[in-house]
Design a protein around this ligand. Sequence first.
Ligand code: CA
Length: 367
Amino acid sequence: MKRRDFVKTVGIGALAGGALAACSKKEGAGTAVMSGGKKVEWKMVTTWPKNFPGLGTGANTLAEAINQMSGGRMEVKVYGANELVPALEVFDAVSSGTAEMGHGAAYYWKGKSEAAQFFAAVPFGLNAQEMNGWLYHGGGMELWNEVYAPFGLIPAAAGNTGVQMGGWFNKQINSIADLKGLKMRIPGLGGEVLKRAGGTPVNLPGGELYTSLQSGAIDATEWVGPYNDLAFGFYKVAKYYYYPGWHEPGTTLEAIINKKAYEALPKDLQSIVMNACKVANQDMLAEYTTRNNDALQTLVHEHKVSLRQFPDDVLKKLRKLSDEVVAEVGAKDALSKRVFDSFVKYRDQASAWHEISEVSYYRARKL
Ligand code: CA
């Protein structure tokens, strides 16, 4: 299903889904014989379970794009979390050259560099469109390269979930006091914000969320959005589905590439790898946009989920706490400060422009 979607979306060819991998291999062998060159074989380790909808399949999309665009001169094999290395060892595995490439999210690597978090998701930060604007044309990529350079890594944006949902709760959130004592699965900077609001953030892998919510081990959880949340069945164990996902307004997924392996490629394959990342980046957002639309209808109309918006007063307080948390990250070291300054300047300008473009258009469309 996903492979067929990819072929359709990217328009590489009319190959049927199942035959894709086999065909690439066959073409690769043919090309190698014709040119006398040796096929480049890369391993891509990922922080997702193999084929996990949206995220894991996004890694597959990236590998398939490289395999196909290179006419089989290159073959990237995707490994799910724990197949070659555990999820949170992806960064080190690519840095050391155990794998040539990785797929994950930069906020997992804050232990390597605090500044990494700006390249995934920032509470009340940039949405998907703005992240891409900042990265590709606003100086963001240059900074990201600088942050990863000491680790021998080249980063690339390789997917985006769009605005996420606020999460699943079993009680209403009517004031910031309702977050006090709340045990919620919410990772990263959003979790730190919840902590300052009096809650207890916990980080659990996706596969444990349903049973944790069911058993009462946690009171609430965020995950991604309607598409992934419907698949996990959270509507069976939580009453209220809150929006918006203030903590993850447009999470960028990343590809990381071992610098030595990249530099060993001929120029055209280098270009294919980087442009395949752009294809995968766009394709994931398009997929999430479409599948979230569909899944939201199912959740609301079929499963009668109670959809609720966080009250403005709650959001204002979360925004204030978020600004504190994010500014602290920006004050950790000189490079984090430069990334923070660039990010905040871009957000301010994008807010001004999007107020009169996107926001105004959404309003006009509803009139
Ligand atoms: Ca999330």
